[in-house]
Design a protein around this ligand. Structure first.
Ligand SMILES: Cc1cc2nc3c(=O)[nH]c(=O)nc-3n(C[C@H](O)[C@H](O)[C@H](O)COP(=O)(O)OP(=O)(O)OC[C@H]3O[C@@H](n4cnc5c(N)ncnc54)[C@H](O)[C@@H]3O)c2cc1C
Length: 438
């Protein structure tokens, strides 16, 4: 089997290299540290957690917990080290970050099939390459990605909050697409949350006055005009939002309802419509201020947020446009991407994209036809999010794992049953996927 080069010894790079060695591949793993650090990295160890020491919920009834259960079952090095370095944190998997990184570094360094190379690789060799240089990657691989991908490589990540569908007060919202009547576009996609003038003004005030998360030193607050934080837009003028993302034009409320001054649109995140994205409301407000401000919208007065908004520096690709099913770059198929750069968010999701990249590449090098994990699994749901073609005009947004990414369950089970059924279905499907490889 040809040797592989893995660039980046973070969570995804370590995991991809580990999976490749399990299948008998030799790996040159390049890590720039300690010769060169990104602005967020500080330790010479591999698998550095740059911020929180929590890997999120470990309850398998939650989507992040399910993803962890699957990673453990699939033989993840990162999860093994996390379990070994675990510290008490209620239902979350939190780790002693130094101990965690030390264990991962030792495991990789002692693996006979890995040649650990320290430094910035000046010329990327021919043959299979996994780019796992992370959201703050730099040097020749980052430059080559930029050259190959142009505007399909993003540097800022603007995230709008997502609400649980069950927490939207549908008595104060209406369903319909913009200009529906004229266009008769078929099934209405959007849930529209109307605001009176007074309600709109209260929201604008809350957005302007709410506390914002201060940018880190290396995150210049330099936004693309197309994805301005909602509070920046609100500061531009009293009606900037009413003419922007909250414009009511073309949205027809039911007969007898007052004409709205502004409308906040909710776009379904998943086919089963279990959660909705707040369209255009990417924000840098602190989490408590987001909850307080967005609950001023009458239909969201009791909203439960599945994810809150944020904006930060993040290199990621427009994955459905540029990646094939084995996470290979269409423009350069011998290069594959792993980790956050594929367009996922978070430590465990990035690990998952390292594991998948490693396993899919190993299968290809063994002359097998690599099959992606089934979409009913959390691993498969992430793979599908990253590789499935978008609807025309829809921008690609990096995803963290949620149940909304999994295909709907048959029938309409209640919330508690839904979680259990997702877990059972996912673990069954995962066993079937892992079985051929033993
Ligand atoms: C400031 C910040 C805070 C974050 N906070 C959280 C959080 O609290 N919780 C959470 O879940 N996620 C958080 N994330 C996201 C999280 O860091 C990533 O999801 C995860 O670390 C990505 O894993 P990765 O392996 O893709 O990249 P990384 O873990 O970043 O690993 C990339 C590795 O590649 C190396 N590298 C880069 N360029 C080169 C090169 N040219 N040659 C060789 N090596 C190179 C780097 O030194 C690094 O070791 C945060 C991200 C940032 C930037």
């Amino acid at each position: 089997m040809p040797a592989c080069t893995v660039i980046g010894g973070g969570l995804a790079g370590c995991e991809a290299a580990w999976q490749l060695t399990r299948a008998g591949c030799d790996v040159d793993l390049w890590e720039s540290k300690p010769a060169a650090f990104s602005p967020a990295h500080a330790s010479p160890l591999l698998a550095e957690l740059v911020c929180s020491n929590s890997l999120g919920s470990d309850d398998p009834l939650t989507a992040p917990g399910l993803l962890k259960a699957e990673l453990r079952r699939a033989g993840s090095l990162v999860l093994r080290c996390a379990d070994e370095a675990r510290v008490p944190a209620g239902g979350a998997l939190a780790v002693d970050r130094r101990e965690f990184a030390r264990r991962a570094t030792t495991a990789v360094a002692l693996e006979p099939r890995v040649r650990l190379r320290r430094g910035v690789l000046e010329a990327v060799p021919a043959g299979p390459v996994v780019v796992a240089s992370g959201p703050l990657g730099f040097g020749p691989p980052a430059r080559e990605l930029q050259r190959l991908l142009g505007d399909a490589l993003h540097f800022y990540d603007a995230i709008a909050p997502i609400v649980d569908a069950d927490s939207v007060d549908m008595a104060r919202a209406f369903v319909g697409n913009r200009w529906d009547r004229e266009r008769a576009t078929g099934e209405a996609a959007y849930v529209n949350c109307p605001l009176s003038r007074g309600e709109y003004q209260a929201l604008v005030r809350a957005l302007r006055e709410g506390r914002k998360v201060a940018p880190r030193g290396f995150e210049e607050p330099r936004y693309f005009e197309g994805c301005l934080p909602v509070e920046v837009l609100a500061a531009r003028g009293d009606d900037a939002l009413a003419y922007g993302p909250l414009r009511p034009v073309g949205l027809e409320p039911p007969p007898g309802w007052p004409r709205p001054y502004a409308v906040l649109q909710l776009r379904p995140e998943d086919e089963a419509r279990t959660c909705f994205n707040l369209v255009g409301l990417q924000t840098r407000l602190t989490y408590p201020e987001q909850r307080r401000s967005f609950r001023l919208v009458p239909a969201l007065h009791r909203a439960e947020f599945v994810r809150l908004g944020s904006i930060h520096r993040n290199s990621y690709v427009d994955a459905p446009r540029v990646l094939g099913p084995e996470l290979e770059l269409r423009a350069r198929p011998e290069w594959r991407l792993a980790g956050q750069v594929t367009g996922v968010e978070g430590y465990v999701e990035s690990t998952a994209m390292g594991l998948l990249c490693g396993r899919l590449l190993a299968a290809r090098l063994q002359g097998l036809a690599p099959a992606p994990p089934p979409p009913e699994t959390a691993l498969g749901a992430l793979h599908r999010h990253v590789t499935r073609p978008r609807k025309e005009g829809a921008a690609y947004e990096p995803a963290a794992i949620t149940h909304g990414l999994l295909p709907p369950l048959p029938g309409r089970p209640g919330r508690r049953d839904r979680r259990r059924l997702h877990l059972e279905r996912a673990l069954r499907a995962l066993e079937a996927w892992l079985a051929p490889a033993g």
